[in-house]
Design a protein around this ligand. Sequence first.
Ligand SMILES: [Zn+2]
Length: 140
Amino acid sequence: MDTTNRPLPSPTDITEPFWRAAREGRIDMQCCKHCGTLQFYPREICTQCMNDTFDWKTCSGLGRIYTYTINHRAANAYMRGRTPYAVAVVELDEGVRLMGNIVDTTLDAITIGARVQAVFETVNDEITLIQYKLITDLPN
Ligand SMILES: [Zn+2]
């Protein structure tokens, strides 16, 4: 797929472990070595205790739709070919929220609280985006 006009993240030294994990099909979150808080996005310090040492914890990739919107007007030229599309804030089972598209579904099936599983959209050698699919075979 031509991604010439697609806005993409630019990994930094701090965020590179997150993007490397995504390339490998995982969601890894910063986990504060001092207080155990998971945080997204990756930062230099813990938002809870200001400590600056972290491990990386692999999340399950399972979560719920915290909120969402259906975009009928594309946010950029690249997404024009994908309208209408769903943008959601997903709360992972580990308690961290992050944003992505809900893919491979009819938009009417999307509801707040619906169970989702992360899927990984490889864009190029550097960037793999984390998206979500509805899962209906797990209890709410
Ligand atoms: Zn902390």
